[in-house]
Design a protein around this ligand. Structure first.
Ligand SMILES: NC(=O)c1ccc[n+]([C@@H]2O[C@H](COP(=O)([O-])OP(=O)(O)OC[C@H]3O[C@@H](n4cnc5c(N)ncnc54)[C@H](O)[C@@H]3O)[C@@H](O)[C@H]2O)c1
Length: 266
């Protein structure tokens, strides 16, 4: 198990879903955790869960699209827990299906939250990490960042997050700062887009499973384990990578192979 006892982690979007799983895992492995979320009630619930389990935790309510609010949140986290040594850029969302129907203001909001938001958080923590000579950043991108699976604004923003990851890794490596991205496939959370799809089809996760070579969609904990590894000293020589945590989705066209190509089926 990675040892995060010297870690002060700032996890964005930790009020729900994958972010909450990341916060709980890092804390179990010794980290003090600042939960940053736009939703105060959800953020406080994660902090309650962390404290109930005996962990050091702090709550900051902020919208990551507001740089001044993010700077304030980082200052609040550092006053409460000490210098932030790990940033997990997890907050994100999508609820816009295709290019034909996306409203201009929805496009802007999705890029704002999914790309500019993580940039704001990086920008707020990097000067401190640089001054202290080290730090770790893990950005939650998506398989949508490297292939098109719908949600065009979200996908473009998530692709941007991968490039931003490479920029930070390249420019800040000399300051002892590592930066990597995690690319989840479908993860069983109750986020906005899954809620809509589950309403249309309660079996959506079971149906999706056949696209995944490992035969299931991910649980939030699958992503949390990858984040914990990338944040740990075991990943001390890994920077600038985009790590799929996707049960093999990007490895090949499983359903196409099953349905059209495997001659052995004849
Ligand atoms: N669930 C999936 O299938 C999946 C797949 C690939 C990538 N991801 C990525 O993983 C991350 C987490 O997804 P999730 O499914 O846990 O989502 P979620 O909706 O369950 O949780 C996201 C959290 O982020 C917070 N948030 C949203 N906008 C914010 C803002 N502007 N400022 C601060 N906080 C904000 C929300 O309040 C919420 O608590 C996102 O970046 C998402 O794009 C999810």
């Amino acid at each position: 198990m990675p040892d995060h006892s010297d870690t002060v982690a700032l996890v964005t979007g930790a009020g729900h879903g994958i972010g909450r799983a990341i916060a709980l895992r890092l804390a179990r492995e010794g980290a003090a955790v600042c939960v940053l979320d736009i939703n105060a009630e959800q953020a406080q619930e994660t902090v309650r869960l962390l404290r109930e389990a005996g962990h050091r935790a702090h709550c900051e309510v902020a919208d990551i699209t507001d740089f001044a609010a993010v700077e304030g949140a980082v200052a609040g986290a550092e006053a409460a827990l000490g210098p932030v040594t790990l940033l997990v850029n997890n907050a994100g969302f999508t609820d816009a299906g295709d290019l034909d129907r996306i409203a201009l203001k929805v496009w802007h909001r999705e890029v704002e939250v999914n790309l500019n938001g993580p940039y704001h958080c990086l920008r707020a923590v990097l000067p401190g990490m640089k001054a202290r000579g080290g730090g770790v950043i893990v950005n939650i991108s998506s398989v949508n960042g490297v292939r098109y699976f719908g949600n065009p604004a979200y996908s473009a923003a998530k692709a941007g997050v991968i490039n931003l990851t490479q920029a930070v890794a390249s420019e800040y490596g000399k300051h002892g700062i590592r930066c990597n991205a995690v690319l989840p496939g479908s993860v069983r959370t109750e986020n906005v887009s899954w809620e809509i799809r589950i309403k249309k089809d309660p079996e959506v996760f079971q149906k999706l499973a056949r696209w995944y070579p490992l035969g299931r969609v991910a649980e939030p904990e699958d992503v949390a384990k990858a984040v914990s590894f990338l944040a740990s000293d075991d990943a001390g020589y890994i920077t600038g990578v985009a790590l799929p945590v996707d049960g093999g989705l990007l490895a090949g066209m499983n359903v196409m192979i099953d349905e059209f190509i495997l001659e052995s089926k004849d």
